[in-house]
Design a protein around this ligand. Structure first.
Ligand code: 13P
Ligand code: SF4
Length: 354
């Protein structure tokens, strides 16, 4: 829907008043009405890297979700303030792994006698606490654009990986990209005693996958892929690696949001694409590439927006920018010092990957 012109004008005026004091980051899943005000857009890796790109900016307004704003706070200097325009913009996947549950899991691995062999690898989509746990235990963070390189690094440090919290990204990377078998992977269920696994199962596994998933990408099914292939002959199916293994296995291409955009930029005129990722991005790409004769459809019409990404809307952005322009700091996201130190270690190991 077109943005309210009055709100657009207010956002523009507040941003102009703030000038270099504010730096606005926008994840690719943000609404059009918000993304138009982003100084930089990107996937979660690019945004983590770019967060530190404007050390002179006093405020970093993060149009994305809570774990991204936490990561930006960790990676920027202490006097820079990271702001999330709506504090309710969380991530259901990140919420699937709590610090208590992960500490309990580590006890289970210790009792099974394998903790020393295990390197934790945590997806960016996790709380700062989980990132700190990861750094403390010699592990690193990954995103959907570097999961294979992160796992390569981890398997140089140890024999097994505990992958948190997205089982699908972990499984897809291990099996599709690294040649492991499905049998090399077990799923640790934090709601069951001992994760629902025997000590023997844990000892035999190479990949211990946390039982988490994305509530949006988890809804694409093998049927969606088969249906679209039937409906649109010659279609290229391109999905995000947070999709289930069977969906990824049936797709033609798999990659992060940044990868998806690059693939469509490089696609020839006349090509047809079905995209399995968040709807704001797919719509924007469909509109952008239609004039070039590229037909882009959403992989499954029954899947909807990421509701928490969508919480950041133009009214929240206007309120945030106007408050900051009046000198009122609102919705600051601040990670405590101890958590920050270990989480930073895990993030920096990712940023140092080749
Ligand atoms: P990327 O931007 O890294 O592809 O991640 C997608 C996502 O789910 C962010 O929440
Ligand atoms: Fe979390 Fe999925 Fe939304 Fe990304 S798309 S923020 S992983 S719920």
């Amino acid at each position: 829907s077109p943005s309210d012109p009055d709100l657009v004008e207010r956002a523009r005026a507040a941003k102009e008043k703030l000038g270099d004091k504010v730096f606005v980051l926008g994840h690719h899943y943000q609404r059009d009405e918000v993304i138009q005000f982003a100084d930089v857009t990107g996937d979660s890796f690019k945004l983590a890297r770019d967060a530190a790109a404007r050390p002179e900016a006093e405020y970093i307004v993060f149009c994305g979700v809570h774990f991204m704003a936490e990561s930006a706070d960790i990676l920027t200097s202490d006097d820079q303030k990271v702001v999330l325009p709506d504090l309710a913009a969380g991530c259901s996947m990140a919420d699937m792994a709590t610090a208590e549950q992960v500490a309990e899991c580590w006890d289970v691995l210790t009792e099974a006698g394998i903790a020393e062999q295990v390197v934790p690898v945590s997806y960016m989509n996790s709380s700062a606490d989980i990132k700190a746990f990861t750094g403390k235990h010699g592990g690193l963070i990954c995103t959907s654009s570097n999961a294979e390189r992160a796992l390569d690094w981890a398997f140089e440090q140890g024999e097994k990986v505990l992958f948190l919290p997205d089982q699908h990204l972990g499984r897809n990377t291990a099996v599709r990209d690294m040649g492991m078998s499905l049998e090399d992977c077990v799923v640790y269920n934090p709601h069951k005693p001992n994760g629902g696994l025997t000590a023997d199962e844990l000892r035999a596994a190479k990949m211990i996958l946390w039982r988490g998933h994305c509530s949006v990408h988890g809804r694409f099914s093998l049927d969606s892929v088969n249906d679209v292939r039937e409906r649109i002959p010659g279609v290229n199916v391109l999905v995000h690696p947070e999709c289930k293994h069977e969906v990824v296995a049936a797709a033609d291409y798999v990659g992060s949001t940044e990868y998806i955009i690059k693939a469509l930029e490089a696609a020839p005129a006349g090509s047809k694409w079905a995209i399995g990722t968040e709807l704001n991005l797919v719509r924007r790409l469909a509109n952008r590439f239609a004039p070039e004769g590229k037909e882009i459809v959403f992989l499954d019409k029954t899947v909807c927006f990421c509701s928490t990404m969508n919480r950041i809307d133009l009214p929240h952005l206007v309120w945030t920018l106007e408050s900051l322009a009046e000198g009122k700091l609102v919705n600051r996201i601040e990670v405590d010092k101890e958590t920050e130190a270990f989480a930073k270690l895990a993030l920096e190991r990712m940023l140092a990957l080749p």
